[in-house]
Ligand binder design. Structure first.
Ligand code: URA
Length: 199
């Protein structure tokens, strides 16, 4: 109805269209599909930002499904939220992989080049969705959305200012709890603080 508004405030779907066009020619001959965010696209109560999609996410072209989806369901139950009420996305939208010692493909952390390509798009995505709050899982999104110096060990369970405007609440990445069981009660406590703050 107001086509001019689109010029000043591009909606999420036009950001995604531009993003797909930007990445399409970047890795010719390599199979690197983008897994886009999903959920409530207009001013959700929070936007959950993960690291990058894994194997199942790429297969289904959806963020936080498979094992990570189970973690997300636990988060939603603890926080008393529904998946439809929030927006879920990742910092890097391709699956970063490497070959393990046995030759099998495995996940790795996003590298500097991937981050410098994807973080500006994450900022545009946040501007289009306008979440009331950002919740980061682990160091990758936390560093991308702050000054890049703070780590999750220093600030989990706390509100910070983000580079994207919206207030940011830092959580450990639920996958890290698998390797450090002592973090499980810390993570749960942080999610309960977040739930309390959202009421
Ligand atoms: N799956 C995702 O979509 N993001 C993560 O950070 C981990 C698994």
């Amino acid at each position: 109805m107001f086509p001019l508004l689109e010029v000043f405030m591009p909606g999420l779907q036009s950001v995604y269209k531009e993003m797909l066009a930007f990445f399409q020619p970047l890795w010719p001959g390599e199979d690197k599909p983008l897994v886009l965010g999903e959920g409530k696209e207009d001013a959700p109560v929070l936007m959950l930002v993960g690291e990058a999609p894994g194997e199942t996410e790429v297969l289904k072209r959806r963020p936080f499904v498979g094992k990570a989806g189970k973690n997300l369901d636990e988060f939603l139950t603890l926080a008393r939220l529904n998946r439809e009420d929030i927006f879920v996305t990742n910092t890097v939208k391709i699956r970063p992989t490497e070959k393990g010692p046995t030759g099998r493909t495995r996940n790795r952390a996003p590298n500097k080049e991937e981050l410098s390509l994807f973080v500006p798009w994450l900022m545009k995505e946040i501007q289009a969705v306008r979440p009331k709050a950002l919740v980061t899982l682990g160091n990758v999104p936390l560093k991308a959305l702050t000054d890049g110096k703070i780590t999750v060990g220093d600030c989990h369970g706390q509100w910070l200012e983000s580079r994207a405007g919206a207030p940011l609440f830092a959580l450990y990445h639920p996958a890290s709890i698998i390797y450090r069981r002592a973090l499980a009660p810390v993570y749960e406590q942080d999610v309960l603080i977040l739930a309390e703050n959202l009421r």
